[in-house]
Design a protein around this ligand. Structure first.
Ligand code: SF4
Ligand code: SF4
Length: 341
């Protein structure tokens, strides 16, 4: 059976920080959190459908005991585990060492520290750097992920971690959630529907209320019948929801060709050309993706196109194209989900 590489669990949407670019609008005021009992059930389903479980948020370290328990259970089911953190919980060396030791003992494999100018507005950089140092010393594989904006380069953010054995990553800033209130000068715009594949459309996330989305962050506002809204684990088994995501040809096209692949299919159909509303500017591929998947008429056009006689050949051809592209690295991976592992 085909599996997801990674499935996310948003144990809480609460966070000590309230970053101005936060897609999920997390903050200390948000109190949403998953029930431990529900999370335990989800972990079992995730082990049937994925290889890695990623705790994201919000800030997973706010509920470190519960998360450590879940990491231990995930490990017993054969899952690798990672945590995405904004480091807003870090206070002092010995407390930080104790939290990291707790996670390592539970079986944690990877730590991803989100760090950029928007985090720095709430939390000083020494906390993030200390966390990276302590986590690498404890043997964790550590990534530092920063957004690329028009106002500060990710190199500037990454300089703070120079000399530490961490993997540096970037994401483009997405004009969604709290980031919708940022000045336009923060974004890098293009005039045309953007090209670029999405590697995180098969990295579903289970949110605290049981709702399941195709990617971590940008799809948070998607609703039925958007293919990015996979279902609600409070009303149907998570297994069924995850299986549905794996079988969806629209997600397959997003993965192989990017939202631009969907746009291209729509432009082939008279009704698609007529109903698609082009924006004046795009800050990234997620805007194109959400414009298409959030429009039920366009989704219907795509569903019909992708259930036709040549649909299977089309999806297979897109998968071959993606493989070739991965080999040649000819088209950028424009994934933008900032808290995806
Ligand atoms: S971006 Fe991350 S650290 Fe910042 S408020 Fe959102 S969840 Fe918290
Ligand atoms: S393009 Fe953006 S919104 Fe669409 S699946 Fe990928 S990360 Fe999510």
């Amino acid at each position: 059976m085909r599996k997801y590489e990674v499935i996310g669990l948003m144990y809480t949407r609460s966070c000590p920080l309230a970053c101005a670019h936060c897609i999920t609008e997390s903050s200390p005021q948000v109190k949403e959190r998953m029930r431990l009992q529900h999370a335990r059930t989800y972990v079992q389903a995730i082990a049937r459908f994925g290889s890695m479980l990623c705790f994201t948020g919000g800030e997973p370290f706010l509920y470190h005991r519960e998360v450590a328990t879940l990491i231990g259970e995930a490990k017993s089911f054969g899952l690798e585990t990672s945590i995405v953190t904004g480091a807003g919980w870090v206070r002092g060396e010995s407390r930080t060492r104790a939290r990291i030791a707790e996670m390592v003992e539970a079986g944690l494999n990877d730590l991803c520290i989100s760090w950029d100018q928007y985090h720095e507005a709430f939390s000083n950089r020494e906390r993030a750097v200390m966390l990276a140092r302590i986590a690498t010393e404890a043997g964790l594989s550590v990534k530092v992920r920063s957004v690329i904006s028009a106002t500060r380069s990710s190199e500037e953010d990454h300089q703070a971690f120079a000399g530490l054995p961490v993997e540096l990553q970037t994401n483009q800033l997405v004009q969604l959630g709290r980031a919708e209130s940022l000045p336009a000068s923060h974004f890098l715009f293009s005039d045309e529907p953007p090209k670029g594949v999405c590697s995180v459309v098969f990295s579903p996330i289970v949110e605290p209320d049981g709702k399941v989305y195709a990617c971590c962050g940008p799809s948070h506002y998607s609703r039925k019948p958007s293919p990015l809204f996979l279902g609600d684990a409070a009303v149907e088994p998570l297994d069924d929801i995850l299986q549905r995501g794996l079988n969806d040809p629209i997600l397959e096209i997003i993965y192989n060709l990017g939202p631009y692949g969907l746009y291209h299919l729509l432009m082939d159909e008279p009704i698609g050309r007529e109903r698609f509303e082009k924006r004046q500017t795009y800050s990234g591929i997620c805007e194109l993706c959400l414009d298409i998947t959030g429009n039920p008429e366009l989704v219907q056009v795509l569903r019909e196109r992708l259930s036709g006689k040549d649909a299977q050949r089309l999806v297979l051809a897109s998968a071959l194209w993606r493989k070739e592209r991965d080999r040649a690295k000819s088209v950028p991976d424009a994934s933008q989900a900032p808290c995806a592992p």
